[in-house]
Design a protein around this ligand. Structure first.
Ligand SMILES: NC(=O)C1=CN([C@@H]2O[C@H](COP(=O)(O)OP(=O)(O)OC[C@H]3O[C@@H](n4cnc5c(N)ncnc54)[C@H](OP(=O)(O)O)[C@@H]3O)[C@@H](O)[C@H]2O)C=CC1
Ligand SMILES: O=C(O)[C@@H]1CCC=N1
Length: 267
């Protein structure tokens, strides 16, 4: 891999992308990461061996790929800061919720290729999924570079930009919903008399195993669920309690609320 990459705003998501890319074989010398606080830079240098800077314009000089990973409200100012320093043909990628490609393009020199993406934090261990949607000047070659870099952090899927707020709600924030489920199942196991360590192990591996089985068997989750649910058995009793509590409706409401919030962040 020969292109230089700049990650601007290396917080939770930026660090997860950095860790995933390095784990996939990108070398620390190919990536520069920017931060606002110098102590944060020192921690990233020590952990990953990358160069860190606080000057975003200096960081993008010579970079073929620029990943913007600050909070949505910080994106316009950051793009204004780097526009004049971008290398010829550099592609600017944003991971920010809600920020559209026209909004990015309006802050950058005319014709700058931009790509809106939505990753998630399992990127840190190469198990993420990122949706990508190109702006008007992004070519297949630009998308190929973006997909090669983000492919190191997990799966990559192309979507229409109009679907990005729904993606943000489902997979961008999705790990948080699953962490909540793992936390709740663990706590329930403790309530049922298991030690916390055993309950945590059972909950984590159950979620991991069920996710893998869904992917690797290719079977519909409803069929897999039926195979667990014996007539008048224990699982039927548990599922009944979940349906009574409105779990299915709660997920519909959660993802609708998150999609609305993503739309608001971009407005
Ligand atoms: N967290 C997640 O799971 C996901 C987040 N995203 C998107 O990623 C983006 C970042 O979110 P997240 O990582 O959670 O937020 P964080 O606050 O953890 O990360 C943002 C980082 O950018 C730094 N920063 C802010 N302004 C500048 C600047 N001008 N120059 C350099 N560094 C700067 C912040 O420093 P300081 O703290 O010192 O201000 C912080 O370290 C958001 O736009 C979000 O929508 C997308 C998918 C998933
Ligand atoms: O909560 C957020 O706004 C960001 C975007 C998706 C995940 N975290």
């Amino acid at each position: 891999m020969t292109e230089r990459v700049a990650i601007l705003g290396t917080g939770n998501m930026g660090e997860a992308i950095l860790a995933g890319a390095l784990g996939a074989g990108w070398s620390p010398g190919e990536i520069v990461a920017t931060v606002r606080a110098s102590e944060r830079g020192a921690a990233l240098r020590e952990r990953f061996g990358v160069v860190t800077l606080t000057d975003n314009a200096a960081a993008v000089a010579g970079a073929a790929l620029v990943v913007v990973a600050v909070k949505p409200k910080g994106v316009p100012a950051l793009l204004g800061e780097i526009g004049r320093s971008l290398a010829d043909g550099a592609v600017v990628v944003s991971v920010a919720a809600g920020v559209t490609t026209p909004a990015m393009e309006s802050e950058l020199p005319a014709g700058t290729p931009v790509v809106r993406t939505m990753p998630n934090t399992p990127a840190q261990i190469g198990a993420g999924i990122t949706a990508v949607a190109p702006g008007t000047a992004a070519t297949d070659a630009h998308l190929a570079l973006v997909e090669r870099f983000l492919g190191g952090t997990g799966d990559v899927v192309r979507v229409a930009e109009k679907d990005m707020d729904a993606v943000t709600a489902l997979s961008g924030g999705g790990p948080a919903y699953v962490f909540l489920v793992i936390e709740a199942m663990t706590e329930a196991g403790v309530h049922a008399g298991l030690t916390r360590d055993v309950a945590a192990r059972l909950a984590q591996q159950t979620v991991l195993g069920a996710a893998r089985l869904t992917v690797e068997s290719g079977e519909h989750p409803a069929i897999l669920r039926e195979k667990v649910t014996s007539p008048a058995g224990t699982t039927a009793a548990g599922l009944r309690a979940l349906e009574d509590a409105g779990v299915r409706a709660a997920f519909l409401a959660a993802i609708a609320a998150a999609r609305t919030r993503s739309e608001q962040l971009g407005a």
